[in-house]
Write a protein that binds this ligand. Structure first.
Ligand SMILES: [Zn+2]
Length: 403
């Protein structure tokens, strides 16, 4: 992100090139006239920008398109298969690595589980090995994005609090990863990654002004995007909704606060409730909270009354989180994702009921609340999206093909 407020002519040229790339990224095939209309520039300006992008090998022409009133025009498309982006998701219990193209198409992905008691240096070494293996296989990787649980302090490189895994607090992700691969690498908080994935690749009605991604998984967090830009806060820890107190006399959280939302609706919270109320559904071989969520949802779908009560309670807490998101950020859309959102249809009616009861009607009427429908894990997708976002902001620097 640029920190200066002025624009040189070269910056403006690059911004316009970037805008064209972004349009083609979202619409696949588009005519010069369509792009001119969407950007509010003259056709002559667009012709010049497109010529430069074609010269760099970033854009090419693809036959004739039918336009309005039977007018024919030449279609343009992004050469998406020429560059790849690696996305990496680091989470409690697992890490994932995926290779994508700049339009978000996934080529391959791997998931590796680890025990939270495992020595962190060996987990980091395993992550690096996976990334090196992908770099060996895919020779045109232009950038890497890494998503980590929050609150992640973007300039310090540390996760300020990582519940269940306090030893990881001392890991400096910037020092560990930044210069390791000889590729630009961007690190982002997982909820922000999910927000970017939904912004770029989610199947939503557009245009969207403000999107809130509500991550409800092992941890609870949110990522907010307004007009394409992430809301980060001075240290990168903005919108940490998981640590907003919903009961000031509630349970003590590892962050220091009491009654944090994360303690009531995370996958870990569901595991605790399941152990208490439906232990018969859990076998000893279900030590992990993600599996516990699925077991509870399955039991609830099968009509198990106690499981249904757990699901209802969790949905109510997610609803309180949505109310806070609406009051704090006034979004057009809230997308709920990660492991607890797998209960989608079981959760939504209660979430909607809570939101209706507790939100100012004028705000409530405008917001759409839905469960993520992305086929790829939004955090992994978002890790790639953060790198893609940086790449398409400077297409000449990242995407030009040497001839
Ligand atoms: Zn907390």
């Amino acid at each position: 992100m640029r920190d200066t407020i002025g624009n040189n002519n070269s910056d403006l040229t690059e911004m316009n090139r970037s805008a064209v790339v972004k349009i083609l990224q979202q619409r696949e095939v588009c005519s010069r006239a369509d792009i001119a209309k969407q950007m509010g520039l003259t056709q002559a300006s667009i012709t010049k920008i497109v010529a430069a992008l074609m010269e760099m090998g970033i854009v090419s022409e693809v036959g004739i398109m039918k336009g309005n009133g039977n007018r024919r025009s030449i279609g343009l498309k992004l050469n998406t298969d020429m560059h790849q982006i690696i996305g990496v998701k680091f989470a409690r219990h697992m890490f994932g690595v995926g290779v994508f193209d700049i339009s978000g198409k996934i080529y391959t992905q791997t998931e590796t589980e680890y025990s939270i008691d495992e020595d962190h240096q060996s987990v980091i070494a395993a992550m690096k090995k996976q990334i090196y293996d992908m770099l060996d296989q895919y020779k045109n990787v232009v950038a890497i994005g890494l998503a980590v649980p929050g609150p992640y302090l973007k300039d310090d490189g540390h996760i300020a609090v990582i519940t269940q895994m306090p030893a990881w607090h001392d890991i400096n992700f910037i020092e560990e990863f930044k210069d390791e691969f000889n590729k630009p690498l961007y690190i982002v908080h997982d909820a922000n990654a999910g927000a970017l994935a939904e912004w770029w690749f989610g199947d939503h009605e557009r245009p969207i002004h403000t999107l809130a991604y509500f991550l409800v998984g092992e941890g609870v967090g949110s990522g907010i995007i307004e007009n394409g830009n992430l809301l980060l806060g001075v240290q990168g820890a903005a919108s940490e909704i998981g640590h907003i107190s919903i009961d000031f006399q509630g349970l003590r959280c590892e962050c220091g606060n009491y009654g944090c939302l994360e303690l009531y609706c995370s996958a870990q919270a569901m595991l605790k409730k399941a152990r208490q109320h439906v232990p018969e559904c859990l076998s000893e071989s279900y030590p992990k909270s993600i599996e516990a969520c699925n077991v509870v949802f399955e039991a609830a779908r099968g009509g198990n009354q106690k499981a249904l009560e757990i699901v209802k309670e969790v949905a109510e807490y997610i609803g309180y989180g949505c109310v806070t998101l609406i009051n704090a950020y006034n979004p057009d859309i809230i997308v709920i994702g990660d492991s607890v959102s797998q209960g989608g249809d079981l959760l939504l009616p209660t979430i909607m009921e809570v939101v209706k009861q507790r939100t100012i009607p004028e705000l409530c009427d405008r917001v759409q609340i839905k469960i993520s429908s992305l086929k790829v894990d939004p955090t992994l997708y978002g890790a790639a999206a953060i790198a893609t976002d940086k790449v398409v902001r400077m297409p000449s620097a990242f995407l030009a093909v040497e001839k």
